[in-house]
Each structure stands twice: as structure tokens, then as C-alpha cells.
Write a protein that binds this ligand. Structure first.
Ligand code: EPU
Length: 764
């Protein structure tokens, strides 16, 4: 150690000074602030963000400034800065100009550690978990260790702690910027060494050089994982190495591993001697290895194995390390911080071993440089995932690199032969893509060091509601999340339904109505979606599609036909023919079901729905059933107000006995009319109500707007009141075209066209 280092160590651990931290809200910096406060310094800190950590530290005495102003650090005798701080930071610049002492975070940590017997945990993967586990086991072993780890660890209380009573200091070293070379610890624990952080290192050799230097600066033992070839090669030759792992020649060896759902049991040997059995309540084989490293360390420091085993059983690890976000018999949602291919592989292996049917993964690549450098490895990392949705790169503090995006990883995974990978550049939509794939028995894993976990949290919150909805509709009903409504509208346009629910009977529908009212969830009923234009942002809340079961039933009793709201009008026309009932043939030409026909008082061939209705059964806003006769109902052209607040269950229509040939001929007439005057392309039927002046189709025709289009939305050349989807049209395009027609009708003919098609949902 240089004199400067010794000076700094004395300054930080034996004196009481004024210290300022720039970027104090970061997980690493807040740990240093915590240590300094416990060491008795006057600590101030600045950051553009505040956090739970800065709030906690303020209660312990931190003077926090939510901006970087030179004046706030005027009295500081030392300035500590995070590597994320830019060179033009006002406090950094003014400290530099006034010749103030300034050190990086890792320098401060190394100096604090040097006042104790330091134990540094290093390696590319598993540092936080392992350093936390080590601090926990040594603490349970009565050694009163101080600690510093890179994340909040509930079982340790805080991310950093200074304990004046103990000799040891356990810290997580950060190899990403070469600063582990600043440490002179007593012992080190080397978990693994491989290519990472290629934004800083040129290659593996450059990484190894830093590790070799650290080994040279370590006075005591070098604990290393015998299962990692790079770590073994570099550490073995030191002569002070103690190996651990699953390899047969490891000094501390695990065997007979039993990987259970979220725990592992294994036997521990030191050489030939059996130390005993350990149970670790953290999943995954890689964590068995990490635990063996901790067992080796604690044993060598004199903690009895029984004590170690007992504390391992109690250990719970950091947030975002295989963290269960939602667990039910049908679904399991897990979040993990894994962002390097090796970590992804290990986490997926763990996920697979949990024993659910499929593993669905959402992954947010972290840093452009890593995405680019390890693209091939990423391509091979997802073999154990059944489905993978990749979003765009989380840059951290990096600027984008041309052509480096999530698509690059998608291409690599696909080129590697995976058939279930897709790209969702819009992060806020990732939960929708994955949620819509969900089937009972799935495990969903969010992976990445950025903010992908927020997507999993949204999914978890919606899943709580979806499961309640499923309970209501029962085994034969169906519930899906984020169902694209383009699949359920004849126009083939529309964003997703937050909750898509298919009840099969009146009791379930009634319960759904009550549930939505209680939970203040918007409820929207959709039938065949033949008269519906859903905006591209979809529909928030519960979208109920009563179909199948009782809702599709058609019963005939003499001249009356009773049909559920899910029954197709076409089926009613055919059922009437089979019973020799006439007067309902026009129903053949309407693509909708009973519910929509009632709601719209739909019509064709000069007839309309309510001319034939005898009775309607519906549920009110409280879910109670009512039956109303036709004469009790208020009905208008293309409008039946009762169903604005209530929900139809079934309707009874009256036919009149007629000769079969007459029925056949009217059916034929309707079919011919449709065939010759209406397009077969995807549409929502007539877009506009017929105004008093003239049929809307004729008007559009006369305005010369047939065949005019916006994107893939086009006015049919067959009929002017139909807008057709040429494939992949958006609601936005449809709405623009509708607007254009309305403007023209108004400007050129003074006619206010009113849409017949229902326009619902949110913009994207
Ligand atoms: N016409 C034109 N050019 C066109 C389209 C129509 O000149 O591009 C003329 C026709 O020649 C006819 C008149 O406009 O003289 C009316 O047209 P059509 O007979 O096709 O009837 P419509 O009023 O346009 C109505 C319903 C349709 C139903 C048909 C067939 C409305 C808004 N539309 O259309 O219902 O299928 O009758 O009976 O009431 C629907 O509501 O979604 C729907 C498709």
C-alpha cells in the first residue's frame, strides 16, 4: 500500500471529517455513505434522483441535495465520486479547481476495508449473492463482520454495515472498471472469470491481469471455484489456494445434490472427511457452488460446520435474484438480474428445474457494448426457454452503437435454431406479448439488469385479477390476458383487451358484472365484433365475450325462436328454415350475433331486428336478470338504449309458418344481394348510418371516394359504405379515412354523416 492509501485509510476510519459523495443515490455509493455515517463523519451527498436508500440515509444524518451544486460541497474535505459521474459535474469541477482531495468509490472502499481484515468476493457472476451469504454466515458464526454488498439484502438489513466489534470486512469487488486492483485484502473468494465488460477490457487476458495483480496483493488465502477453469488456472499456482466446487478434486466439495423447487440439499466434504449436509434456500446449482465457497471460507475462519449449515438454511438472497413475483398453482413469475449469457443459461437451467410446463422469458439486453461483443453467446443462451421476447437494449450510461439493438440478439437466437423468439422494441408492451402467450403451467422469467422487472410486475398485478376472473368463469370458461382484438373483430383491427373473458352461462356473466363493479374495473361486452372499430391502444379493463355453452343455444318452440346472445344470426335464419318459419331470412346477411344485433337494432333487406323480437332477457348493472316484452322496450333506428347500461343474455324472435320454397327463395335473394353489392374483403359492415337525404353508400360513391385509401384502409370499390382492410391496416388509418369521408360529405353536400360502427378503446 502506498502512503497515500494509508493516509486515506486513517482519514476515513479514525478521524471525523466532512465528506461529500457525488451520485449518492446509486446502490454502490449509498453503501459507502452508510459506512461513513457509521464511522462518525459528517456526510453530505448529491444526486439528481432520490431513492429509498437516500431517504433511509437522511434519517441517519446524510445531508442530501437533489442536484449537483458546487456550493453544497464547499465544506467537504474529501469528495468521493461514482464512475457514472460525468467530467463536467459542477461539484467535481469545483473540487478539482480548488485542489480538494477526490477519490473514486472503490478507492474509498478499499481504504475503509484496509482498517479491518478484508475478505473480497470477486468474479463475473454471483458476487452479490455470495458476499451477502458470506457476511450472513460469519455474522451468525459470531464474528461480527462489517460488510459492503452491491444490493439491498433484506437478511443483512442494509447494503453496508460497519461493526466496530468484529475484525472482518466482507465486500463485493467490482471488476468492471479494473478497480479490484486497488484492494489489499487478507482473503479473496474468486467465483469465476470470463469475458465480460468488454467496454473496459480489450480481452480475457486483460481481465486476467487484474485478477493476477489482486492475488499478488492478497496476504491470506485464495478461495476459488474448482469448477471454473479460468479461476482454477489463475488461482491454483498461488500456493495459497483453497478450492471448492462440485469437481472431485476440490478441497471443499459438494455432492449428492438434490435440487428442489427453490432449495437445494447437498453433502459437503473436506478432502475425504464428510462435514455434513447443508440445505440452501436459494435455487440453482450455481448457488450450491457459491455456498460451497462460503462454507470453505467460514470453515477456514473457524466457524463450526453445524453453525454454517444452520445459517445457510436461513439465508435469503438479494432482490432480483430469482425473486418470486407471483406464485399460484397455474403460474409462476420470477425476476432475475441475469444479463450475461452465462448467467442467463444458469438462471434458465434453474427455471427449467422448477418443473413447470413451459418457461417463457422476457429479456432486456444491458449495454450496447455487451450486446455487440457477446452476440453469439446470447444466441446460444436461451436454448432452455420455450418462448423468448427480446426488447431493446438498456443503454445504462452508454450511447447507442449503430446497428446494435435487441433485434441483433433476436437474429442470433433464431439463427441458432430457436423457433420461439420475437422482438418487441417497445418496452412497455413486453408484458402484453408474454402475457398473451400464457397457458396454465407456465413459468415466466424476466431477465436483465435494466428495468425489465417492471414489465413482470405489471404482468403479476394483472395476473392476480385474471386468476379471479378465471375462478368466476370456471373450468369451461376462458380468460386471456392482452388478447389482440384484431383477432376478434371482422375488420381485423384493434389493440389488446387487458382481460379477455369468455363466460359460458348467465350465472358466470352475472358474477362478472358484480366483480367488475366491486373492483371498479371497466366492463365491455363484445360479440362477433362485426360492427366494431377498436382503436390501436386496445381496451382497458374486462372485455367479456359471451360465447359457447348457453350463449350459443337456439331453441324453437312453435313459432318462437329463443337464442343466446352468442348465437349467429345466420344460424337463426337456418334454424327457422328447418322449422319452416319465415320472416327471418334477412338475418342470413348479417355477419353478427344476437347480442350485437339487439344492441344495434341491426337490419338488412329492409327489415330490422326488433320487428321480429318478442322478448329480451338481460342482466342489469348489479347482475340481476330481467325479462322484458317487446312493447316494454324503447327502440330506434340502429339504436337500442337499454343495452347501454345492461347486458343481454338472450332474445326470443317470432317467425311465421311459411312454405319451404318461399323461405329458400328469400334466403337466396339475400345471399345474392350480399354477393353482388357487398365486398367479401374484411370489413365492419356499413361504416355510416344512412342519413335521411340518401343512402351513405350512394353518397360516398357520388363523392368519388370509392377506392380511396389511407395506408391499408380503403373504401371498397364494391360498396361505398364499406371500408375494407387490405391487410395489416391500423385503427388510426381507418379513422383517418372515416374523417376524410365525413369532411367531404359535409363540405360538398352539407350532410353530417354519423358512424354506425361502434368506435371504442384507447389510442396507441
Ligand atoms: N349505392 C350506390 N353506390 C354504392 C353503394 C350503394 O349507389 O357504392 C346505392 C345502391 O345502389 C342502393 C342504395 O345505394 O340504391 C342503398 O344501397 P344498399 O341497397 O346496398 O343498402 P345500404 O343502405 O347501403 C343497408 C344496410 C346494410 C345491409 C344492406 C342490405 C345500413 C346502413 N346498411 O345497406 O347493413 O346489409 O342494406 O340489405 O342500413 C350494416 O348495417 O352493417 C349493413 C351492411
Amino acid at each position: 500500500m502506498t502512503t497515500a492509501d494509508v493516509d486515506l485509510a486513517k482519514f476515513l476510519t479514525q478521524e471525523r471529517r466532512n465528506v461529500h459523495l457525488i451520485g449518492v443515490a446509486g446502490s454502490g455509493m449509498s453503501g459507502i455513505a452508510g459506512l461513513l455515517l457509521q464511522l462518525g463523519h459528517n456526510v453530505s451527498g448529491s444526486d439528481k434522483l432520490d431513492s429509498l436508500e437516500t431517504n433511509r440515509l437522511q434519517r441517519l444524518g446524510l445531508k442530501f441535495y437533489q442536484q449537483h451544486r458546487a456550493a453544497d460541497a464547499r465544506d467537504a474535505e474529501l469528495v468521493i465520486y461514482s464512475s457514472a459521474i460525468k467530467k463536467d459535474n459542477p461539484i467535481l469541477k469545483s473540487a478539482q479547481e480548488s485542489g480538494k482531495r477526490m477519490v473514486r468509490r472503490a478507492e474509498a472502499l478499499a481504504a475503509i476495508m484496509s482498517a479491518k481484515r478484508g475478505i473480497l468476493v470477486v468474479g463475473m457472476h454471483g458476487k452479490t449473492t455470495t458476499s451477502a451469504m458470506a457476511a450472513h454466515v460469519l455474522r451468525e458464526g459470531g464474528l461480527h463482520p462489517s460488510h459492503y454488498v452491491g444490493a439491498e439484502i433484506p437478511i443483512l438489513g442494509t447494503n453496508a454495515h460497519w461493526d466496530a466489534r468484529g475484525e472482518f470486512f466482507v465486500a463485493e469487488g467490482d471488476e468492471s472498471d479494473g478497480t479490484i486492483a486497488l484492494f489489499h485484502p487478507e482473503h479473496i473468494l474468486v467465483l469465476n472469470i470470463e469475458e465480460e465488460h468488454l467496454d473496459f477490457y480489450t480481452d480475457l487476458a486483460a481481465i486476467e491481469k487484474v485478477f493476477v495483480q489482486l492475488i499478488g496483493q492478497t496476504s491470506g488465502k485464495i478461495f476459488y471455484c474448482a469448477d471454473d477453469s479460468n479461476a482454477t488456472r489463475i488461482c491454483r499456482s498461488s500456493g495459497r489456494g483453497i478450492s471448492y466446487g462440485l469437481s472431485v478434486n476440490a478441497d471443499y466439495r459438494g455432492s449428492d445434490i438434490d435440487l428442489r423447487n427453490f432449495a437445494s440439499a447437498f453433502c459437503v466434504y473436506r478432502g475425504k472427511e464428510e462435514l455434513g449436509k447443508a440445505i440452501l434456500n436459494v435455487p440453482g446449482e450455481h448457488n450450491v457452488r457459491n455456498a460451497l465457497g462460503v462454507i470453505a471460507l467460514a470453515t477456514e475462519l473457524g466457524v463450526r460446520f453445524e453453525k454454517i449449515a444452520k445459517s445457510l438454511t436461513k439465508f435469503q438472497h438479494a432482490r432480483r435474484r430469482f425473486e418470486i413475483k407471483y406464485d399460484s398453482p397455474r403460474f409462476l413469475l420470477v425476476d432475475d438480474y441475469g444479463h450475461h449469457p452465462t448467467e442467463i443459461n444458469a438462471t434458465l437451467k434453474t427455471a427449467k428445474s422448477v418443473g413447470r410446463k413451459r418457461v417463457l422469458t422476457m429479456f432486456q439486453p444491458h449495454r450496447y457494448s455487451r450486446t455487440k461483443a457477446l452476440r453469439k453467446e446470447f444466441g446460444r443462451a436461451f436454448d432452455q426457454a420455450d418462448r423468448v421476447v427480446i426488447t431493446d437494449v438498456y443503454g445504462s450510461n452508454e450511447s447507442p452503437i449503430p446497428d446494435v439493438s435487441g433485434q441483433m440478439i433476436v437474429d442470433e437466437i433464431a439463427a441458432h435454431g430457436h423457433r420461439g423468439v420475437s422482438y418487441q422494441p417497445r418496452l412497455g408492451w413486453v408484458h402484453r406479448d408474454v402475457g398473451n402467450m400464457l397457458e396454465s403451467g407456465d413459468l415466466v422469467l424476466s431477465l436483465g439488469a435494466g428495468n425489465i422487472h417492471e414489465q413482470l410486475s405489471i404482468l403479476a398485478a394483472d395476473l392476480v385479477i385474471a386468476e379471479k376472473l378465471k375462478e368466476i368463469v370456471g373450468e369451461d370458461g376462458d380468460v386471456r390476458l392482452y388478447e389482440p382484438l384484431s383477432k376478434h373483430t371482422t375488420l381485423r383491427v384493434g389493440g389488446p383487451a387487458q382481460f379477455w373473458v369468455e363466460p359460458r352461462n348467465e350465472a358466470a356473466l352475472s358474477e362478472l358484472i358484480r366483480f367488475c363493479r366491486r373492483e371498479k374495473l371497466p366492463l365491455f361486452i363484445i360479440g362477433r365484433g362485426s360492427n366494431l372499430l377498436v382503436r390501436d391502444g386496445g381496451i382497458r379493463g374486462v372485455v367479456v365475450h359471451p360465447s359457447g355453452g348457453d350463449f350459443d343455444k337456439i331453441d324453437i318452440d312453435e313459432n318462437e325462436i329463443t337464442a343466446g346472445v352468442g348465437a349467429k344470426l345466420k344460424e337463426i335464419a337456418y334454424a327457422a328454415r328447418a322449422a319452416d318459419l319465415g320472416g327471418l331470412e334477412w338475418m342470413e346477411g348479417i355477419p353478427g350475433a344476437v347480442g350485437g344485433a339487439l344492441r344495434m337494432n341491426a337490419g338488412a333487406m329492409g327489415a330490422q331486428t326488433f320487428e321480429k323480437v318478442v322478448r329480451v332477457r338481460y342482466l342489469d348493472g348489479d347482475g340481476n336478470a330481467h325479462d322484458k316484452n317487446r312493447d316494454e322496450l324503447e327502440v330506434h333506428y340502429r339504436h337500442f338504449p337499454l343495452l347501454e347500461e345492461n347486458f343481454a343474455v338472450s332474445a326470443t324472435f317470432r317467425g311465421s309458418p311459411a312454405p319451404r320454397e318461399q323461405i329458400e327463395s328469400r334466403l337466396h335473394e339475400s345471399q345474392e344481394k350480399r354477393r353482388t353489392t357487398q365486398p367479401i374483403a374484411k370489413s365492419a359492415g356499413c361504416i355510416f348510418k344512412n342519413p335521411d337525404e340518401c343512402p351513405a353508400g350512394k353518397l360516398v360513391d357520388e363523392l368519388g371516394l370509392k377506392n380511396s385509401s389511407v395506408g391499408k384502409a380503403r373504401v371498397s370499390e364494391v360498396h361505398g359504405n364499406f371500408i375494407v382492410n387490405d391487410g395489416g391496416a391500423t385503427a388510426t388509418e381507418m379513422l383517418q379515412l372515416i374523417d376524410r369521408i365525413k369532411q367531404a360529405a359535409k363540405n360538398k353536400r352539407g350532410i353530417e354523416l354519423e358512424t354506425e360502427v361502434q368506435i371504442v378503446g384507447e389510442s396507441a
